[in-house]
Design a protein around this ligand. Structure first.
Ligand code: ADP
Ligand code: MG
Length: 183
């Protein structure tokens, strides 16, 4: 994986599998601290302590079709390679928070990639779930909350309808452009 946005997709799939109705994706870039934090949180079924330990182990997965679950361990390794790290916090019945911290100036840093495309795919691919996306770069940032969007659209317009998908894509692109002017 050469883009962190692909890791986000993979970790968010775990949240979807865990039955989460709300998934948060936060990206926080801080140039002064030389830090990039990516946080994926969910209100899914959560994990007990043992599973939290094992999910970070590359040889653990509950899936029987694949012997090795690489989602979390790979993300962790990529963070650690830059001098950062990854933390999993979870409680059965409450949800899970995966926080990865990167040091962007490090030679082994992997580019963030197209995080907006990832969010668009997640949202339109799972119109029955809600997503809270926040991207902060230094002093500038934006939020996309599908719960607010639903409120504006009314109950009968699904998030995967072509017009809505196009609006979301356009909004994300516009906001990303504004962030780029910042730095
Ligand atoms: N966000 C999450 N909420 C609840 N359980 C999770 C979450 N993320 C991972 N898990 C548990 O850890 C297991 C291993 O995850 P992973 O390494 O991604 O492999 P896989 O998704 O192929 O099972 C999952 O099958 C699941 O039981
Ligand atoms: Mg997985």
């Amino acid at each position: 994986m050469r883009e962190l946005s692909l890791n986000v997709m993979d970790i968010a799939q775990n949240s979807l599998s865990a039955g989460a109705s709300l998934i948060g994706v936060e990206v926080e870039e801080d140039a002064a601290l030389d830090q990039l934090v990516i946080r994926i949180s969910d209100n899914g079924r959560g994990m007990d302590e043992e599973t939290v330990r094992r999910v970070q182990d590359p040889f653990y997965t509950t899936r029987t079709t694949r012997k090795v679950g690489l989602g979390v361990p790979l993300f962790k390794m990529e963070a650690e390679m830059t001098g950062g790290g990854l933390e999993v916090k979870s409680r059965p019945g409450e949800g899970t928070v995966v926080t990865a911290r990167f040091v962007p100036s490090h030679v082994d840093m992997i580019p963030l990639g197209d995080i907006c495309a990832t969010m668009l795919l997640l949202i339109t691919g799972n119109p029955d779930r809600d997503f809270l996306f926040r991207w902060q770069r230094n002093s500038r940032g934006f939020t996309l909350d599908t719960r607010e969007l639903r409120g504006v659209l009314g109950g009968d317009v699904p998030l995967d309808s072509p017009d809505v998908a196009e609006w979301i894509g356009g909004y994300l692109k516009e906001q990303e452009e504004a962030l780029k002017e910042e730095s």
